[in-house]
Ligand binder design. Sequence first.
Ligand code: AVJ
Length: 321
Amino acid sequence: MMETTILETELELFEKDIDLGLTAPFKHISSKYFYDDIGSGIFQEIMKMPEYYPTACEFEILSLQSEQIIEKLKFDEPFNIVEFGAGDGIKTRQLLKKLVEKGIDFTYVPIDISAKAIRELKANMLSALPELKIKPLTGNYFTMMEELSELKIPGLFLFLGGNIGNYQSNEADQLLTQFFDNMKPGDKLLTGFDLQKNPSTIRDAYDDKAGITKAFNMNLLTRMNRELGADFKIGQFDFYSHYDPANGEVKSYLVSLLDQRVYLQKTGKHYSFRKNELIWTELSKKYALDSIEELCNRNNFTLINHFMDCKHYFTDSLWMK
Ligand code: AVJ
C-alpha cells in the first residue's frame, strides 16, 4: 500500500492557524506568531524596557545563583544543555560562563524558531565564551526535542524567560509531558516562571508608555500582510492589555477601530471585524509558588529547588525526572 506523507510547511500551518483564529466566534492568533525576525527584534527591545522586569530578575538569578544551580545538577558525565526558545541568550550566558569557568564538560544546544536570532546568538555566545561547545538548532521545539532524545547523554532542559506563561493550563501540561517523555531519569528541567506580585507592576510591564509592546502586537498584522498577502490597515487597529490579579492572567489583544473587512490572498477569503472587536493575541500567566509545585507534581517531576531574585518577582524552578 502506498503511503502519502503530507509535510506541511511552516507557512501553511501559519495560514491554517490564522484562518481558524479569524473565523472563531472569539478571534485569536497564537503569540508564537509574534516571533518572526522583526518580532524577535522587537522582543529584544521589550527586554530592555524599564517596565519589563522579568529580564532583569532572571538575569540576577542566573548571575548570582549559577553556582547553586550547578551544584544541584549532579551530572557525573558530559551533558547537553538544551534551551527551548533561546532568544538572544544573554541571561543563559551567565550560567554557561560559570560552567565554562569550572571546566565542566557540556554542549550548549539552543533551539529557536527565528533563524536570525539563532545566528546572532551563536556569534554572541562564541565571542563572549570562545571555548563554549555550541550546537544551535533552528526549528520547531518538538521536532528538535525528539531528535535530541535519541542521544544517550544526560540533559538539562532550559525553558527560561517565563515562556511557560504563554500556555494555558492544559497546554502547559501537554508541553511538560513532551519534555518528560523526551527526558531520561535524572535529567533536569529549569523553567522560568513569572510570579504574582503587585498588579500595577505587572500591568505596566505589558502596557509600556513607549508603545513597544503595542508594536510587538501590531507586527502580527504586518507579518500577515507580508506572508499571507493580507491587506490589514495597521492604523485601523489598536492594542489593549489587561491583567486580572484574581487569576494571574495578563491577556493582550488587538482591537478593531472600525467595522472593516480584510482580504487574505493565501486563503482567498475575506474576514470581517466589527468596531471594537478583539483579537486575542497572548496569555502571559503569572504563577504563585504553590501552583508551580502543583504543576510539577501533576506532571510527575520532582521539585529540586526554586531560585528566586531578591524581590521574589520571578523564579527559575529546577525539576528532575
Ligand atoms: C517571552 C512569553 C515571556 O509573556 O512576558 C513580553 C512575551 N509579551 N511582552 C511574556 C511578551 C509582551 C513574554 N514571553
